[in-house]
Design a protein around this ligand. Structure first.
Ligand code: AMP
Ligand code: MN
Ligand code: MN
Ligand code: MN
Length: 290
């Protein structure tokens, strides 16, 4: 089976992306994408904006927007990202969950700022807040400011020197547990997809355990096609998806056109014989019959 062109993992200025929600929508149209999930980190404000504009018939392109979010959580102290697809963005439990994450993120940002000051850097909070505007604050905003002010050569260097795990401005956060996040997604009528499984820097045996626990706790799907995943890794992910009866998903994890190696709507080809999240999210209208 083939689907219309889609991307099920993308970011906007509502979190750490560089395009506004409407700019992302327009870029999706330029790329001929017909199904777009907007999945900002711990936020649905970007996707909400696009859906409202669509309802007011203010957006021309006919793109099916999937309301989503990439939710940060912990499983045995390991940070995981869960892409929630097709959620009711006005669900009270989800709204409460996102407000709590907002508070956690603000609190973390203040701690990061203090740690950076201990590294003899100025108070970056005003610059960071200026970048964040009304979006969800994250480490990439600090990385951008550090870069703009010339303290590091690029954003990757900011993570390497200050913001990454174990580095001088790293702050440990008590993110919500995976189990709680899965319950929130379920309550909001959504589908829970384990994001970019090979990006957690886990050994394969640990990753296998994470996938098993994710499925055991009620997770629905797993990304198996995304930039950077190798053929060898994808083979293992396919096997694990099959073993745990997880639906498969694909997305670019697009953040910005400045990263020319990550293009909206582009990811390794997804094996068509596997049960796909889009089949679960929608009816057959999303399929192309060749
Ligand atoms: P946060 O959710 O605030 O902890 O930030 C996580 C985000 O930071 C990820 O979604 C990436 O967009 C970005 N990120 C993580 N690690 C790096 C890195 N080494 N270099 C550049 N960006 C990174
Ligand atoms: Mn990000
Ligand atoms: Mn992620
Ligand atoms: Mn992402």
């Amino acid at each position: 089976m083939t689907f219309l062109k889609y991307d099920l993992h993308t970011h906007t200025t509502a979190s750490d992306g560089s395009l506004s929600p409407v700019e992302l929508f327009e870029l999706a149209d330029e790329h001929d994408i017909k199904i777009l999930a907007i999945t900002d980190h711990d936020s649905v404000t970007g996707v909400k904006q696009v859906i409202e504009l669509q309802q007011q018939k203010k957006l021309k392109a006919d793109i099916k927007i999937i309301p989503g979010a990439e939710l940060t959580c912990l499983l045995n102290n390991q940070i995981l990202h869960v892409v929630a697809l097709n959620v009711d963005i006005d669900n009270p439990l989800l709204t409460k969950h996102l407000l709590e994450l907002h508070a956690l993120r603000i609190e973390r940002a203040e701690k990061i700022s203090l740690k950076l000051q201990k590294c003899k850097l100025p108070d970056l909070m005003p610059y960071v807040l200026d970048k964040v505007k009304d979006g969800q604050i994250g480490r990439p905003h600090f990385a951008k400011v550090l870069c703009d002010l010339g303290f590091v050569a690029n954003e990757a260097a900011a993570f390497k020197k200050y913001l990454g795990a174990g580095k001088s401005a790293n702050v440990k956060v008590q993110w919500p547990e995976l189990e709680e996040v899965l319950a929130v997604i379920k309550n909001a009528g959504g589908i829970a997809v384990l994001a970019h499984p090979t990006k957690y820097k886990l050994t394969m045996s640990k990753l296998r355990k994470v996938i098993a626990a994710f499925a055991e706790l009620g997770g629905n799907g797993i990304e198996i096609s995304y930039p950077g995943v190798t053929r060898e890794q994808q083979k293992i992910l396919k096997y694990e998806a099959d073993r745990h009866q997880l639906l498969v998903s694909a997305g670019s994890d697009f953040h910005t056109p400045a990263n020319t190696w990550i293009e909206l709507g582009r990811y390794p080809e997804l094996p068509c014989e596997m049960p796909h999240v889009l089949k679960q999210c929608f009816d057959r209208k999303v399929e192309i019959t060749a």
